[in-house]
Design a protein around this ligand. Structure first.
Ligand code: SF4
Length: 252
């Protein structure tokens, strides 16, 4: 058995990194994921994009109604309209940057790498890439978003997920010279894209290192960083950063 120089490995997917980066208390204490109507709707939308891209890659041009049926979406519904918007936006954007799809729903993971400055800890980046397209050595990695607010390009660049998607693309496609990370928001009909510079990538790496450090120390639940998202945080009740006043001080 090969010997490694680390004792613990942390697998950090892009969405998990963003949640811990926003507020690690919220990410650590949130109840386990349970599918909702909205999340299932998002899944079906991802399937439409996946089947469309995979069909095209296989040399077929799948009929839209067949795609809907395969994804479990009722034709002539508002969900079908969103699916149509998603495909139209995606392909129009790819045309505008002269990129050709090469993969959809592709799972990529890096081997565990020891963390600089964190004795005995290693990190493994992993994620499912909704869509990857390329124009020569420029790669586009697209994340389909169905439920969140649209960030600015600066906000997207500051999300650790942007760094993780960039690193995963470099890992999977060794000829990639440039990586453009994009988020597609069909409901808002917007696409936000960014190409990270070295400083932004280093900031993303530092964010991942910090998250691994918190997880390793088992202290993630103690670090609360409030923001506008507190309003829909599922663990805001009892959060000292959300609401603490004189009355709370008198409870004990
Ligand atoms: S209320 Fe805000 S600060 Fe408190 S855990 Fe939730 S997101 Fe974090």
């Amino acid at each position: 058995m090969p010997k490694t120089d680390f004792q613990r490995v942390f697998r950090i997917p892009p969405s998990l990194a963003d949640r811990y980066h926003r507020c690690s208390r919220s990410a650590a204490l949130a109840p386990p994921f349970r599918p909702t109507e909205a999340s299932e709707r998002g899944e079906r939308l991802h399937r439409v994009l996946e089947y469309s891209v995979k069909g095209t890659l296989a040399g077929r041009c799948p009929d839209f109604n067949v795609l809907l049926r395969m994804a479990g979406i009722q034709p002539a519904s508002d969900e079908a309209e969103t699916a149509e918007t998603t495909l139209n936006m995606t392909y129009a954007w790819l045309d505008s940057v002269a990129a050709t799809p090469i993969a959809s729903e592709q799972y990529v993971a890096t081997p565990p790498r020891t963390l600089f400055g964190q004795q005995g800890l290693a990190v493994e980046l992993a994620g499912r890439l909704d869509l990857v397209a390329r124009d020569l050595q420029t790669y586009y990695v697209v994340d389909l978003k169905t439920g969140s607010a649209v960030p600015s390009a600066e906000e997207l660049a500051a999300q650790p997920s942007a760094t993780i998607y960039t690193l995963l693309t470099w890992h999977a496609w060794r000829d990639a010279e440039r990586v453009i990370v994009a988020q597609l928001y069909p409901a808002q009909q917007q696409i936000v894209s960014v190409e990270l510079d070295d400083t932004q990538i280093e900031a993303g790496r530092a964010a991942v290192r910090r998250i691994v450090g918190l997880l390793a120390e088992d202290s993630a639940a103690q670090v609360a960083t409030p923001g506008g998202y507190c309003a829909w945080c599922s663990v805001r009740q009892g959060c000292p950063a959300y609401r603490s006043d004189d009355l709370d001080d008198q409870l004990f």
